[in-house]
Design a protein around this ligand. Structure first.
Ligand code: ZN
Length: 127
């Protein structure tokens, strides 16, 4: 019963794979211009892939810069993002005035507890 379904297929006679329905990935030519020797290096990337900002120049090996619409891509944004600190992120969520207020609230709370002889830092070390 089980092998009846396999009958009729001559293995190796022909490939069961067909080209039908195969979609070739859309590609995009990406150009990198070398600032040292002015050579253009053109590469193909999948259309939905983000090409790196730089590529090694095929002519002299220097760092060639990605071109978009004939203009070199600025990397400032990228570098700024990488250098973003916790402080920067905090300032994106709260204004400085809000932070001052929170700090004051917190300090007032701590002072009040200390004044009442109830210092949480002392409690922790068991003194
Ligand atoms: Zn070059």
């Amino acid at each position: 019963m089980a092998d009846r379904s396999l009958r009729g297929i001559r293995l190796g006679a022909q490939s069961l794979q067909s080209e039908e329905g195969v979609v070739f990935m859309e590609r995009r030519a990406t150009t990198y211009t070398c600032p040292t020797c002015n050579h253009d290096t053109t590469l193909m990337f999948a259309a939905d892939a983000e090409p790196p900002a730089t590529w090694e120049c095929r002519s002299c090996g220097a760092e060639a810069v990605l071109q978009v619409d004939g203009e070199p891509v600025k990397r400032d944004d990228e570098q700024e993002k990488a250098a973003r600190t916790h402080w920067d992120m905090l300032l994106e969520r709260r204004t400085r005035a809000e932070l001052e207020e929170l700090l004051e609230e917190r300090l007032a709370y701590i002072r009040a507890r200390r004044g009442a002889g109830d210092d949480p830092t002392r409690e922790r070390i068991g003194a």
